[in-house]
Write a protein of this length. Structure first.
Length: 271
């Protein structure tokens, strides 16, 4: 009898283990920067839960949450996140960390976009018809880019020409396109620091307070999708905003430079 019970337990163990995971819909910037490779082993060690990340644009990540295809969303477009909450698809939003966007482009800067004003930089690029690679994927970075064009007084949907290349892909592939074309592109600093195929590209605009880039995390609402793993998903959120999770975010660096700054319950940095 004991032998039979032992066999049954062994047979059930893989199935039980397979259930001890959550799906996190997140962005290509958090994945391609290497942050999750740094964070997730620590989370699993602390909780015994495996977090499986699906890295897509923020818009797609939120749509995954709307469909109930994820337990947690971890993204960076606050307006879209608040809309997600207002629609009842999220339980509560928490600030997690921030970094900033940077405008990268050819070191020679043919459009003369260099400086600390993102709007002036984009105006210079448009005026010069200089090659520009856009993610065009409804990601948080793409949403920010479109917002900056609008604030610069440029209707990019109407005014774009052959100089404006829409990649429809994540941050890493878009930077690869920019490198191959010797083009300008908007990128999050984390992915840029982790990006190795820079070619002749360099940062040309940084330091503008408009470039602040906040990340937030939300549990998908189990009242909308009862299959959501609310307890395990909440454990992920609780860990990522805990002192241990926040310290792990701050500890992630490339060549001594931090890629993200934890800021749960901390004020936005002063300009």
């Amino acid at each position: 009898m004991r032998a039979i019970l032992a066999c049954l337990l062994l047979a059930l163990a893989p199935a039980a283990s397979a259930q001890n995971f959550i799906t996190v819909a997140s962005t290509t910037s958090t994945e391609q920067s290497g942050l999750f490779k740094h964070l997730l082993p620590a989370f699993r060690k602390a909780t015994g839960i495996e977090a499986r990340v699906v890295a897509v644009g923020t818009g797609q990540a939120l749509d995954m949450g709307r469909r109930g295809d994820a337990d947690v969303v971890f993204v960076h477009d606050k307006d879209a996140e608040e809309k997600f909450l207002a629609e009842g698809f999220g339980v509560k939003r928490f600030d997690v960390m921030y970094n900033d966007f940077v405008l990268v482009g050819p070191k020679s800067d043919p459009a003369r976009a260099r400086g600390k004003d993102i709007l002036a930089g984009l105006k210079a690029i448009a005026a010069a018809n200089a090659p520009f690679a856009s993610r065009a994927d409804k990601s948080g970075t793409h949403a920010a880019e479109i917002r900056y064009w609008k604030e610069a007084g440029i209707d990019i949907a109407r005014d774009k020409g052959p100089w404006y290349r829409e990649t429809g892909s994540g941050m890493g592939p878009t930077l690869n396109t920019a490198s191959a074309m010797n083009a300008y592109a908007l990128a999050d600093r984390g992915t840029w620091l982790a990006f190795r195929n820079r070619g002749a590209l360099a940062i040309v605009v940084e330091g503008d307070t408009r470039l602040f880039n906040q990340y937030g995390v939300m549990l998908v609402n189990p009242s909308k999708h009862p299959h959501v793993k609310k307890d395990a998903g909440q454990k992920f959120i609780d860990w990522i905003i805990s002192p241990a999770g926040q310290a792990a975010i701050n500890a992630y660096k490339i060549e001594g430079e931090p890629l993200f700054f934890a800021n749960y319950r901390r004020k936005r940095p002063a300009p």
